[in-house]
Design a protein around this ligand. Structure first.
Ligand code: ATP
Ligand code: MG
Length: 258
């Protein structure tokens, strides 16, 4: 693991079993009339291979926080360390390259390319991400494997318009893991699905932790939040509660009925 220089120029050693450290993170946005504090002094860690939920009502800062964790947005103060490396210290182009290698993103509205089949959508991700270190001749096999993990291998040659919402989101999950990033982030990944399909797609997302992935998901659904291994609840940009021991995804768990 790489260590980095912190704000004071001191090297920071990664904490064992912790992938992401968030320290005193704040985000203030200046509008014409005033400064708006969107995130206020957040400190927490995301363990390696966790199923980590960011929960909270609309407007509480969930998406803003997710954008900080992936380096899409930068903190006003505080910092995010990824395996000991401070994201804020990276230049924009280095950060974009880093994101391509380390983060797979699943969107609420799937965002598949409509003119490409399921398989081609995953192959495109490999093309854009450099194949995650794999040789080009292995990409087809890799894409098929990712579709299989997401339970849509048999739909490989269909266009998005020929797939249900749940199937499209599974293809999007396959696309997110194509380049084998250690982290998958998902902002309301089931927000556009009926509750039965939502739970099935969520199970697929959650199962990625068994393949070594850390899965971070935003949800305002209390049932889905209860399935996390770790969770923070945001209210008005602050951590209202944190649940390091929240329920594991186990069959028969009353508070995690998928
Ligand atoms: N560029 C901006 N300028 C001003 N306010 C903003 C900006 N971006 C976000 N906000 C405000 O910050 C707060 C948090 O926004 P955010 O999108 O993170 O919420 P959220 O928890 O993801 O909500 P939702 O569940 O509706 O997606 C909201 O009150 C929002 O209006
Ligand atoms: Mg949001």
């Amino acid at each position: 693991m790489q260590s980095a220089r912190n704000i004071n120029g001191q090297a920071s050693a990664p904490i064992p079993n912790v992938l992401i450290e968030v320290e005193y993170l704040s985000r203030v946005i200046s509008t014409r009339s005033r400064n708006v504090q969107i995130l206020d002094d957040l400190t927490f860690v995301i363990p390696v291979q966790s199923l980590f939920a960011i929960n909270g009502p609309s407007g509480s800062g969930k998406s803003t926080l997710l954008n900080m964790l992936t380096g899409i947005d930068r903190p006003s103060s505080g910092r995010v360390l990824f395996a000991g490396q401070e994201l804020r210290a990276m230049q924009e182009d280095a950060l974009a390259r880093w994101r391509g290698r380390h983060v797979g993103i699943v969107f609420q509205f799937f965002q598949l390319i409509p003119t490409l089949t399921a398989l081609e959508n995953v192959l495109l991700a490999l093309e854009l991400g450099g194949g995650g270190g794999r040789k080009r001749r292995e990409w087809h096999q890799r894409a098929t494997f990712c579709l299989e993990l997401a339970h849509v291998k048999e739909l490989a040659h269909r266009l998005p318009s020929e797939l249900s919402g749940g199937e499209q989101q599974r293809v999007a999950i396959a696309r997110a893991i194509a380049n084998d990033p250690p982290v998958i982030v998902a902002d309301e990944p089931t927000g556009n699905l009926d509750s039965r399909t939502a739970h099935q797609v969520f199970e697929t997302l959650a199962s990625l932790t068994q393949h070594g992935k850390t899965v971070i998901y935003v949800t305002h659904d209390r049932d889905l939040a209860a399935c996390s291994t770790e969770r923070i609840d945001l209210r008005d940009g602050r951590i209202a509660s944190a649940h390091p021991d929240s329920k594991l995804l186990v069959e028969g768990d009353a508070s995690c009925t998928l």
